[in-house]
Design a protein around this ligand. Sequence first.
Ligand code: NAD
Length: 335
Amino acid sequence: MSQRNITVIPGDGIGPDIIEATLKVLDKAGCDFNYEFADAGLTALEKHGELLPQKTLNLIEKNRVTLKGPLTTPIGEGFTSINVTLRKKFNLYANVRPVLSLKGTQARYDDIDIITIRENTEGMYSGAGQRVTNDGETAEAMSIITREGAERIATFAYELARKEGRKKVTAVHKANIMKSTSGLFLKVAREVGERYPDIQSEEMIVDATCMKLVMDPSQFDVIVTTNLFGDILSDLCAGLVGGLGMAPGANIGKDAAIFEAVHGSAPDIAGQNLANPTALLLGAIQMLEYLGMSDKAGRIRDAVRDTIAEGDHVTRDLGGESGTNEFTDAILARL
Ligand code: NAD
């Protein structure tokens, strides 16, 4: 079989460090990928004069699967977020954020295994109707929910639940107040749920969900929700398992998928052998699952989990004294 091409964007700050660690782990696990490297972010701006060169977009489109390090979006007029641009350009409608308790981390719970699926293109983040009145005293923004968008994300959630042998999908909403938008989302989510009698369907108001997540997260399995609620809930979930350093994310569309860590480029520790590569490694595991390589994903997950649980070679943010390289070597040794 020919090697599969993967587009790799090392990105900015700690990006190149954690990408290097992740590729070593993928190679050691025998993934046999051919990596095609591309620039984006500050690195691309410095080298090519633009944040997101056409060559990079072409590679993302050609290979369809991309592993991406964090990107620095320069502050100032005229720079739109690269991540938002990528989401829009490739219609990456599903943002999939799994969180899993790992022994050895300073987390509040040790039994969390939740996947949040956030609709990535509609809702309050569609950017529509942003307006401030001439006197500056009133601001408004439009939230857009379509049947098509709601059906697409709910179906994605149920299909993923079925594929991963999960038992329950919770549709999170605020239909009691936002009757039109959240109401439509809930109505469509209910209809989709009826097509999956093998999976338990639950619905929950977003504020109650926040409370229940903090008090008893083990009751959740798969959460599906609209853009803004998903943004907030997925960070809450990351906090429950020990913070953004442990949180990966996938942005999935019909023709392209981008896998990444949720954290940013951490310029304060870049190039100092201090970065924890766990979040990107977990993102690479999501990528392997997406490609149907579950056995390799499982082996890497076990090696990461055991290395963190043992605790002798972990990075500072996990309470250890090791650097990125020593932590990575310990994972490689387990593989
Ligand atoms: P950040 O996530 O980069 O850093 C926040 C804090 O967490 C810092 O103290 C950092 O050292 C620490 N940290 C983050 N990742 C770590 C890791 N893997 N190991 C150890 N410590 C880690 O957030 P920020 O400082 O707000 O953002 C920096 C830049 O990253 C900004 O330009 C922002 O736009 C960008 N950003 C990019 C993405 C992305 O590309 N997906 C996401 C968020 C932020």
